[in-house]
Design a protein. Structure first.
Length: 461
């Protein structure tokens, strides 16, 4: 990272006060902000690192928000954005208008997505992509003469965004309770019960499985099932082998569409281009965002199969009354194309798969050294471990000990940014570093975890 002049303390203090006065932060504690101001004010980034106004450098082991896949400071993306803005910064895609970047990006995505997921609608982010997926599948069944097929089944601890519909699909209580008025026709199943989805009625969770819900509600009312290949914000929960195949089989059996939420998992995060590529499954609909541009500009997408597009074209005699001002934004599409070019040119998907074993080895070391570390898991460069008071018996720490936030704070003190997941009384430490992270940098991160865990053990044990 280039040498930078450290900001004057008076200027820093002024920025902190302006932040408190004028900025309402997303998914943050308003009380904490008003009392203490912003936790960090970052000024630049390079690779896996961020630097703040004090000149301190941090390992960004979250890729900021699961999205800076190619790493910070890639000038190529700024250059291509500048070139596109000078040529055609924006043009609407409404009323069948088009432009070259959106056409080229659609062609490129079709070469990457599995099966015949070859048709794309564009949004500005993941919540919009999932909202769009819900509307498209309901629109599809309506035009097919089945308007009652409108219910969407998600999984407990699944996260699908924060718009009204997306937060209704999200099965994390805090997001649903933020504002009254949950959207109707969203249901949630117990996750990753392969035997249940295959029809094992002896399983005690059968009634709350996807199959159990379909049988109770009636397949004629179910439009789609939505799942993340790896649950991200819910705590990095990885489905067992065979689960997605079982759900695909169930959807085909009952005439239900399958939506894969690839907002976090897509574009190399799991060591494959898309999360579903880890299993032998082709969804009917795929939601994308985040890694499509590595966060350098806002863009999301929804892929649908050619079969769905062709069916809709046959039965539709009216305008598709859905679209965003920035659907297919030419500058964002140009940036996405360059981002994907870098992913491929630098073999970052393959590199991520190779780094999975390094990260897993590091987590195993932490479990060997610390009896409070448990249930570590990795998929590509998505990783997590849990903190338990009694690992042998699976006993959690008392909530008032706030163990995961304490550990994250110790990591911050050692210049490492990771995320605590405490929904439902869990103490999960989650991470998703930029895909450019090296073996040596992973080992540095594990050393910091080791030191931070030693520090909190003195407090909590």
């Amino acid at each position: 990272m280039n040498q930078m002049k450290v900001m004057d303390e008076k200027e820093i203090k002024k920025l902190e006060e302006l932040d408190k006065k004028y900025f309402l932060h997303p998914t943050s504690s308003l009380k904490q902000q008003q009392e203490k101001g912003p936790k960090f004010i970052f000024t630049e980034g390079n690779g896996i690192y961020l630097r703040d106004v004090h000149g301190e450098q941090y390992i960004d082991a979250l890729a900021s928000l699961w999205n800076v896949n190619i790493g910070h400071g890639r000038k190529e993306l700024g250059e291509v954005a500048s070139q596109q803005m000078a040529k055609l910064a924006y043009s609407s895609a409404f009323n069948n208008l088009s432009h070259e970047p959106v056409i080229r990006l659609s062609e490129k995505l079709a070469s990457l997505t599995p099966g015949d997921l070859n048709v794309f609608f564009y949004t500005s982010g993941g919540s919009e992509s999932n909202d769009t997926a819900f509307k498209l599948v309901r629109h599809y069944w309506k035009l097919k003469g089945l308007p009652e097929k409108k219910k969407i089944i998600g999984l407990d601890r699944g996260y699908h965004g924060v718009t009204v519909a997306a937060s209704s699909a999200t099965a994390i209580r805090q997001f649903q309770e933020m504002a009254p008025g949950k959207a109707p026709d969203f249901l949630h199943a117990v996750p990753h019960k392969t035997n249940c989805e295959l029809g094992d009625k002896n399983d005690p969770d059968y009634a709350r499985s996807i199959r159990g819900i379909v049988e109770r509600e009636g397949a004629e009312t179910i439009a789609a099932v939505i799942m993340e290949p790896v649950q991200g914000a819910g705590g990095i929960h990885i489905a067992p082998d065979g689960y997605f195949e079982a759900v695909r089989q169930l959807c085909d059996e009952f005439g239900i569409l399958m939506i894969a939420d690839e907002v976090i998992c897509g574009f190399g995060r799991t060591g494959q281009m898309f999360g579903v590529d880890n299993w032998n499954v082709i969804p009917d609909v795929m939601s994308m965002a985040k890694g499509i541009t590595s966060g350098y500009i806002q863009l999301g997408a929804v892929g649908i199969t050619e079969r769905l597009r062709d069916d809709l074209a046959k039965v539709s005699n009216d305008v598709l009354f859905h679209g965003f001002t920035y659907s297919g934004h030419p500058t964002a599409c140009a940036v996405a194309l360059k981002n994907i070019e870098i992913l491929e040119k630098e073999n970052l998907v393959e590199h991520t798969k190779q780094m999975e074993s390094v990260l897993a080895k590091g987590f195993n070391y932490l479990e060997e050294q610390h009896s409070i570390v448990a249930k570590s898991r990795t998929k590509g460069l998505l990783g997590a471990f849990e903190l338990l008071a009694d690992r042998e018996n699976g006993i959690p720490f008392a909530p008032e000990k706030t163990v995961a936030p304490l550990l994250v704070e110790e990591c911050f003190n050692r210049k490492l940014i990771v995320r605590p997941v405490t929904y439902g009384g869990t103490n999960i430490i989650a991470m998703s570093p930029p895909l450019v992270m090296t073996k040596e940098e992973i080992e540095t991160m594990i050393t910091i975890f080791d030191e931070a865990i030693k520090a909190i053990k003195k407090t909590i044990l």
